[in-house]
Design a protein around this ligand. Structure first.
Ligand SMILES: O=C(O)CCC(=O)C(=O)O
Ligand SMILES: [Fe+2]
Length: 304
């Protein structure tokens, strides 16, 4: 059983910096996830709610329309319910930082001009938030400048079809995200997300409307030279109802290699991973079905 963790996940106030800098870095190291609050001005709660309404209606489109949302990179398009995750389906968009890609996504799904405008606005806001958070992470480690500026982003809108009969079955299997970081707008009412802490115990993440959850993924573990935790998580069916979440992934550099900055490498902290590109990593991970960060072991040159 997962413990309820109403007070365990660190809450980071984005308006209180550099005051919360140490707390942010500790959250990245110890938990690999945190909630963010006070991001109005970049992302407003009204936009989050509008976006939820839009994605709910997209996920209700007929199957043949959703199937038009094809992969642009491996695993970026529509995922129908499968044997492994029968309660789950998702639509995806790569690269959400590109207005042309957003446009193509919307055209494929016959979106209305209003839906298109909301998605574009949300994509822009979430991208700005990603830059703000990664900048704060960099500063917290004593680095200057923005290192994630032209990295690629993807978003995935997830739908879980939970019924009374499916209570206690998995909605989505245990995984890490392949990204550097993920901004998750979870369901406002239906819970089910669980993160695994460092001692291997699951902790339930209760819905907390008006806030966003940030997860660190595999690229964060590499970029930080092993300092940050790529948090394992899953979604369980805890109650009946349609659960909808929006995951926005800041993946990694588009073409450049992924590597820890020199400031994070020294004699006591030798480089842990061989250089690679995000695309190579994604292919390795998806091609071999390594969903909980095991693909990183193939790239390890030093044990931490
Ligand atoms: O639906 C959720 O709350 C989590 C989704 C997730 O982990 C993902 O899309 O990678
Ligand atoms: Fe995830």
């Amino acid at each position: 059983m997962a413990e309820s963790n109403r007070n365990k996940i660190p809450v980071i106030d984005l308006k209180d910096f550099p005051g919360q800098s140490e707390k942010l870095i500790r959250a990245c190291e110890e938990r690999g996830c945190f909630r963010i609050v006070n991001f109005q001005g970049i992302m407003d709660e009204s936009l989050m709610l509008e976006m939820k309404t839009v994605v709910r209606s997209l996920l209700e489109l007929p199957m043949e329309v959703k199937m038009r949302n094809r992969d642009v990179i491996a695993g970026s398009g529509y995922m129908a319910p499968s044997d492994i995750n029968p309660l789950y389906e998702a639509l995806g968009l790569y690269d959400m930082a590109s207005p042309q890609a957003v446009d193509a996504f919307c055209s494929n799904l016959d979106s209305t001009p209003h839906q298109r405008a909301v998605i574009l606005k949300y994509a822009k806001a979430v991208n700005e938030l990603m830059m703000d958070i990664s900048h704060k992470i960099g500063q917290g480690l004593g680095l200057n400048g923005l290192f994630t500026e032209d990295w690629s982003c993807q978003f995935r809108i997830n739908k879980y079809n939970f019924t009374p009969e499916t209570v206690n079955s998995p909605g989505v299997q245990l995984h890490t995200d392949s990204s550097f970081l993920t901004i998750l707008q979870d369901d406002e009412i239906i819970g089910g997300l669980e993160v695994m802490n460092k001692s291997g115990k699951f902790e339930a993440i209760d819905p907390c409307p008006g806030t966003l959850l940030v997860n660190l993924g595999d690229i964060a573990a590499v970029w930080s030279n092993g300092r940050f935790l790529n948090v394992k998580h899953r979604v369980m069916c805890k109650e009946a109802g349609i659960r909808v979440s929006i995951a926005s992934f800041l993946l990694g550099p588009k073409e450049a290699i992924v590597e820890a900055p020199l400031e994070l490498v020294d004699l006591e902290h030798p480089r842990l991973f061989a250089p690679f590109t995000y695309q190579d990593y994604r292919n390795l991970r998806i091609g071999n079905g390594l969903h909980t960060g095991e693909a990183l072991d193939c790239l390890r040159i030093h044990q931490s």
